[in-house]
Ligand binder design. Structure first.
Ligand code: NAD
Ligand code: IPM
Ligand code: MN
Length: 353
């Protein structure tokens, strides 16, 4: 029987609540294939014991897996710029997972956060550049701790990196029902990186005459997500811009506990793809068992889709939608009283039929 080897990195905080529930759902959905889950205890506690977020050969350990399922990284005991860069960003960059795909849509039974809009109005998929840009980590600090201190954080936009993410977005838009692509720019203020971005967008657009392109400054695009969400389908943007836009997307969905994401390299395989909810480790609610597992369950459905198990992916997503549609089981972020585990159990019951 086909076996998928999945590396589990629950990470920190509510990662330890949502990932075990996603694993239960995945096991329930496995038909005609099986899983072998291998947990890794990398994260902030590991850092406090070992002085690093993951072993030096961490990427080598992850490489043989079919996929990585990650919860969230970050705990107040370790500065975020250390914990996230040494684990999450190391995996994304190390395996060149240059596409970060983040769907935003309203599940059945969920009230859109915007009262005047319907669920049909809010259906977007964000294509986030995930391998360079504002997150490249190039820069430094000068005259540290003095009154003359200078901090420089560069953005790196390569033509290759810009072109491959924009092309991926065009391909997605071409296959989407309305064939529309929106791009997030800021070329009115950033005359090098964003002007290159716009140029590449225009060049690649010539190859996709069937796709309608809207090029919006990112600030206006954020406003458009609220005022005219129905005008947005596929949205492509840089690493930082899309990070911000997708938390706004989570808010449109009704909670950050809903937004899912897939880190992919559709062209070459330097390592396994990584699947993770958009949200963080939520220290404010961690340990109470009330975090919303929807994002992680949805992420698991994306994982199965990308592993080529369309039926299992749909089984998970349909069960998820059946539970939200009934509106009986909900975690507190959605106004309910249920626990993380109760929600996942409801999904598993639906899968079992
Ligand atoms: P966060 O996403 O952890 O939390 C923001 C708010 O949303 C909080 O009020 C939280 O309770 C709520 N929330 C998030 N996920 C939820 C869920 N599943 N169910 C219910 N409520 C949920 O963002 P933050 O507070 O800015 O960051 C906390 C830590 O997580 C920081 O260390 C940050 O760097 C890290 N972080 C990690 C990732 C990741 O690993 N992918 C992503 C974002 C933030
Ligand atoms: C996300 C997160 C990460 C990001 C942080 C924690 C580094 O916010 O995945 O959205 O900005 O990519
Ligand atoms: Mn984010």
């Amino acid at each position: 029987m086909k076996k998928y080897r999945i590396a589990l990195l629950p990470g920190d905080g509510i990662g330890h609540e949502v990932i075990p529930q996603a694993v239960r759902v995945l096991k329930a959905a496995a038909q005609g294939f099986e899983f072998e889950f291998t947990p890794f205890d990398w994260g902030c506690e590991y850092y406090l014991r070992n002085g690093r977020m993951m072993p030096e050969d961490g990427l080598e350990q992850l490489r043989p897996f079919d996929a990585i399922l990650l919860g969230a990284i970050g705990h107040p005991t370790v500065p975020d710029h250390i914990s996230l860069r040494d684990l999450l960003l190391r995996i994304r960059f190390g395996f060149d997972l240059y596409v970060n795909l983040r769907p935003i849509e309203i599940l059945p039974g969920m009230e859109p956060a915007l009262r005047k809009k319907s669920a049909d109005d809010i259906r977007m998929v964000f294509v986030r550049e995930n391998s360079e840009g504002e997150y490249c980590g190039v820069g430094g600090r000068f005259k540290r701790g003095t009154g003359d201190e200078v901090a420089i954080q560069h953005s790196v936009f390569t033509r290759r990196g810009t072109e491959r993410i924009i092309r991926y977005a065009f391909e997605l838009a071409k296959k989407s029902p309305r064939k529309r692509l929106a791009s997030a720019t800021k070329s009115n203020a950033m005359q090098y990186t964003m002007v290159l971005w716009d140029e590449v967008l225009r060049e690649v657009a010539k190859e996709y005459p069937e796709v309608t392109v809207g090029n919006y400054h990112v600030d206006a695009l954020a406003a458009r997500m609220i005022t005219h969400p129905e005008s947005l389908d596929v949205v492509v943007g840089s690493n930082l811009f899309t990070d911000i836009l997708t938390d706004l997307g989570g808010a449109l969905q009704g909670s950050l506990g809903l937004a899912a994401s897939a880190n992919l390299n559709p062209v070459e395989r330097l390592g396994p793809p990584m699947f993770e909810p958009v949200h963080g480790s939520a220290p404010d609610i961690a340990g109470r068992g009330i975090s919303n597992p929807i994002a992680s369950i949805w992420t698991s459905s994306l994982m199965m889709e990308h592993l080529g198990e369309q039926t299992a992916s749909e089984r998970i997503f349909s069960a998820l939608k059946a539970v939200t549609g009934e509106g009986k089981v909900r975690t507190p972020d959605l106004g309910g009283k249920n626990t993380t585990e109760e929600f996942a159990s409801a999904v598993i019951e639906k899968i079992a039929g």
